[in-house]
Ligand binder design. Structure first.
Ligand SMILES: *Cc1c(COP(=O)(O)O)cnc(C)c1O
Length: 356
């Protein structure tokens, strides 16, 4: 069986070179005599893998030294709870730009006063909300930089200083240059643009540590995890190793600036086609279009289903939109090659022609 182009939203396609390297090293990692999966997380050999992954992330994102990098478990959804547990004292502002943003806001309400600073829920999340202002004295303002399900992202970041900006970057971390200094906290589930599922990255400015409420579970307490080098307990060892291979791959591609150029090229191929198509149309507002998740439809459910099915028969897989939105979604994260998007666009044009 030949490998397909996988447009899944997450877990998502990984660079083929990474999978080959992992396969080569599967039974015996370097001179360790064992698989990475079998190593003690307390061993020197494993610590080197862990440190290498963190240092690649620091290098690629240019993370300043006053930020901690934590490699945790529990997914982005775990951080929906961890953010308020670690930061919420008097009140926090949430920007409701999509399903995950809304879920994070609802989760935070369990822990303290939460205000919705701006929402695009009424318009079905077709765009990102504007006019974002942090309440003076708020503990933080929370945004979701890329809305995976709706295919939208913030073209510019809201200015919230001195209120710390907290961002769920699960679906666009490492896709474009990002000034970490603008953020108090960045977190991301790994399974979209970093590596396999099971790993959650948290980047937190050190002055925001030490605020966790007493009942915060230790595994979700950033301060405890920072003190323990993310190893209070067993970290997701293999996922961290795989993330390291993906980050090495990204560096070899030329880093974030180079991948950003490629990501823009891929997204432009799709959006240009959608803007000229007489069958398909993009569903996200133009000014908030995502580079990572391109949502589109024909306007007819049966035709959407036929498209998704025929595309899969042609090696273009997982194009079905999220169950909340229907339609189609092409997730084109860093690992998706330009050739995959070219093949998708040419298949769409062919499908359109066949509709007469
Ligand atoms: C996928 C996703 C999540 C959920 O991630 P889990 O790791 O499954 O908890 C949250 N936020 C965004 C923006 C996502 O894309």
């Amino acid at each position: 069986m030949e490998r397909v182009y996988n447009f899944a939203a997450g877990p998502a396609a990984m660079p083929e070179e990474v999978l080959r390297r992992a396969a080569e090293e599967m039974l015996c990692y370097q001179d360790s005599g064992m698989s990475v999966m079998e190593m003690s997380h307390r061993s020197a050999a494993y610590q080197r893998i862990f440190d290498h992954t963190v240092s690649l992330l620091r290098e690629l994102m240019d993370i300043p030294s006053d930020y901690e990098v934590l490699l945790l478990q529990g997914g982005a959804t775990g951080q929906f709870a961890a953010v308020p547990m670690n930061l919420l004292q008097t009140g926090a502002d949430y920007v409701d730009s999509g399903h995950f943003a809304h879920a994070a806001m609802e989760e935070a309400k369990k822990y303290g006063p939460v205000r919705c600073a701006s929402s695009s829920r009424e318009e079905g999340y077709a765009g990102v909300p504007g006019k974002i202002q942090a309440q003076p004295g708020a503990d933080y303002l929370y945004i979701t930089t890329n809305n995976t399900i709706y295919g939208t992202c913030f073209p510019t970041l809201p200015e919230t200083r001195p209120v710390p900006l907290v961002a769920d970057m699960s679906s666009n971390i490492l896709s474009a240059p990002c000034n970490v200094r603008r953020f108090g906290v960045i977190f991301a589930g790994a399974q979209k643009n970093i590596g396999p599922a099971g790993l959650t990255v948290v980047i937190v400015r050190r002055d925001l540590l030490g605020r966790a409420r007493a009942e915060t579970p230790a595994v979700f307490n950033w301060t405890v995890m920072a003190e323990k080098g993310s190893m209070l307990n067993t970290p997701p060892t293999y996922a961290i190793y795989m993330a390291g291979l993906c980050l090495e791959w990204l560096r070899a591609q030329g880093g974030v600036d180079a991948i950003y150029r490629r990501n823009r090229q891929k997204a432009a191929l799709l959006y240009d086609y959608l803007d000229h198509s007489r069958l398909f149309y993009g569903t996200a507002k133009k000014e908030s279009r995502s580079l990572m998740n391109v949502t589109f439809r024909t306007g007819e459910e049966a035709l959407d289903a036929a498209f998704v099915r025929e595309a899969a028969e042609n090696g273009l897989c997982s194009l079905k939109g999220h169950r909340l939105t229907g339609g189609m979604r092409a997730s084109i994260y860093n690992a998706m090659p330009v050739a995959g998007v070219e093949k998708l666009v040419s298949f769409m044009a062919d499908f359109e022609k066949r509709q007469g």
